[in-house]
Design a protein around this ligand. Structure first.
Ligand code: NAD
Length: 516
């Protein structure tokens, strides 16, 4: 599918995402596709002549809505050099000064651009408008948190010996490279951007090639808020672009969010170059329901968790462990999921995703002991050429079934009945991912037991998508995270700054005796 960019340096049509039709309808895909540009040193910048491009499709209809360049190492170099050139002046400002721009950006997004950004998300990602608006609001919460950094980053100071003061100073590291996945085109980039920028770093962002429009527009809104040229740069591309970015000598910190397979590769590569790196990976989140759970509330929450964003969330439920015999709960989950329409669930990102998700359902159907309680495959044919799979529920009897272990990343829930809570906790903890886990119960004792024993970074009690809101840090354990520190919250302050320890003595001995 790769094509050379047509006369990239002369006649490339550079997209203005604001002028695109973006109602998410199939007809919106009928517009003439344009070639996206990178955003370097404050200007839309065409990639080098002959750079191949990749079509960007809208999942609503499969129509091509844009072409994204697969930037080469020379484009990456240009972006990194722009970020490095902007660093001295940007880092020399006070944090209070930098935060004025972050504050203006927050206001612009909230009061002027939320709807436009949400429309772009609907168009390129496929999620519903309500989910897209929620995504923009959630991303803007991290921006709001960054506005408080002047209050949060004061260093310690102490007289460590008579007349000798020791103090911590937080110093930005330099150029941050940020590589993001397709499933939250606005929110995930905004985990890194506001905190890294407010702390004085400059950034090169590589958006997902599947959803490159939203951040192309957001970069311009950052400029409108007053961010100086070169402080935030965007390069489009895929694996080769990412590796050039990780390898660039001026890049000091790498943040990555995506599948565990790639997270591990990026983490190892950055570590080998002695760079600071945090790479968040995939997930397989378990929900546990004990017999005293509130069936109505739990069923609704379980369905929201596995069907929201059509299951394309790292926080989505994918396994429900039902403790004991609870037919009322299983029936309620199936009934609520069956009642959902495609307008409420949305498509999955592309045809490759449809094929992967359906492959798991096909396999489960053939496996001994699996009952397909709800089959979403019917949506695929009915809603083609959009890329849809409807809510699907598999009831397993064999704990070794593949669907119980792999990240399917679609609206598929695997249910396994277990005899007791201890077995449920053992299964949850044997899962190599450690992103999120949830317990449904009306007992505080059971809730506390699970909160203490689940081996996951984010635990829900009666909440199937337990995303910690600011100021709490986001992030999982195990195969869901490669590296230390956090991408948001206090851990992000550590991630995006060096701590410089300054020890000073101004009192000379003679003065000391005179003063004393
Ligand atoms: P992905 O790993 O395919 O892509 C993520 C980024 O890596 C993209 O920008 C892509 O261009 C780049 N990339 C892809 N292959 C690469 C390679 N071989 N070398 C270097 N870079 C490469 O992930 P995705 O499909 O876009 O996103 C879905 C995944 O992200 C899921 O696994 C989901 O759980 C995970 N995710 C995790 C979190 C979290 O906080 N842990 C949050 C959101 C999404």
């Amino acid at each position: 599918m790769l094509q050379p960019t047509p006369n990239a340096t002369t006649t490339t049509t550079i997209i203005d995402p604001a002028k695109m039709p973006h109602d998410g309808s199939p007809s919106a895909g009928a517009m003439k596709p344009v070639v996206l540009a990178n955003y370097i040193a404050g200007a839309r910048t065409a990639p080098a002549a002959g750079t191949p491009t990749m079509p960007v499709t809208t999942p609503h209809s499969g129509a091509v809505i844009a072409h994204v360049p697969l930037s080469s190492a020379s484009d990456v170099r240009q972006a990194v050099e722009a970020a490095a050139a902007a660093f001295p002046a940007w880092s020399a400002r006070t944090v209070k000064d930098r935060v004025q721009i972050v504050l203006r950006y927050h206001h612009l997004v909230a009061s002027k651009y939320a709807d436009e950004l949400a429309d772009l998300i609907v168009k390129e990602h496929g999620k519903t408008k309500a989910e897209a608006l929620a995504e923009v609001a959630k991303g803007n919460e991290t921006v709001e948190y960054a506005c408080a950094l002047p209050e949060l980053v004061s260093g310690r100071i102490q007289e460590v010996s008579r007349g000798v003061l020791c103090q911590d100073r937080r110093v930005p590291l330099g150029v941050v490279a940020t590589i993001v996945p397709f499933n939250f085109p606005f929110m995930v980039p905004h985990w890194t951007l506001p905190i890294a920028l407010a702390l004085g770093n400059t950034v090169v962002l590589k958006p997902s090639e599947k959803v490159p429009l939203t951040m192309t527009r957001a970069a311009e809104i950052w400029a409108e808020a007053g961010l100086p040229a070169g402080v935030l740069n965007l390069v489009h591309g895929t694996a080769e672009t990412v590796m050039a970015l990780v390898d660039a000598p001026q890049v000091q910190v790498v943040t990555f969010v995506g599948t565990s397979r790639v997270a591990e590769i990026v983490h190892q590569r950055a570590c080998a170059l002695n760079k600071r790196v945090l790479a968040l990976g995939g997930a397989k989140n378990h929900l546990v329901a004990v017999p005293d759970c509130n069936v109505t509330m739990a069923a609704q929450d379980i369905v929201n968790s596995f069907c929201g964003c059509s299951g394309q969330r790292c926080m989505a439920a994918s396994v429900l462990l039902v403790v004991g015999d609870q037919p009322a709960l299983i029936d309620a989950v199936v009934a609520k999921a069956r009642a959902l329409t495609e307008r409420e669930v949305g498509p999955v990102i592309d045809a490759a995703s449809v094929a992967r998700i359906r492959g798991y359902i096909d396999d489960a159907e053939k496996a001994p002991g699996v009952k397909v309680l709800l089959d979403g495959r019917e949506w695929t044919q009915r809603l083609a050429p959009g890329t849809f799979v409807g809510p699907t529920i598999l009831l397993h009897t064999n704990p070794a079934d593949r669907a119980l272990h792999d990240e399917i990343f679609g609206p598929v829930l695997s249910i396994l009945q277990v005899p007791d809570l201890a077995t449920a906790i053992t299964i949850e903890n044997a899962n190599p991912y450690g992103n999120a886990a949830c317990i449904y119960t009306s007992s505080g004792h059971v809730a506390e037991q699970c909160a203490a024993r689940f081996q996951a970074g984010m635990v829900g009690v009666n909440i199937g998508v337990p995303v910690p809101r600011e100021p709490f840090s986001f992030g999982g354990w195990g195969a869901s995270r490669f590296g230390d520190l956090d991408i948001t919250g206090e851990g992000a302050v550590e991630l995006f700054t060096h701590k410089k320890k300054v020890t000073s003595k101004w009192t000379v001995p003679a003065e000391r005796s005179w003063l004393n």
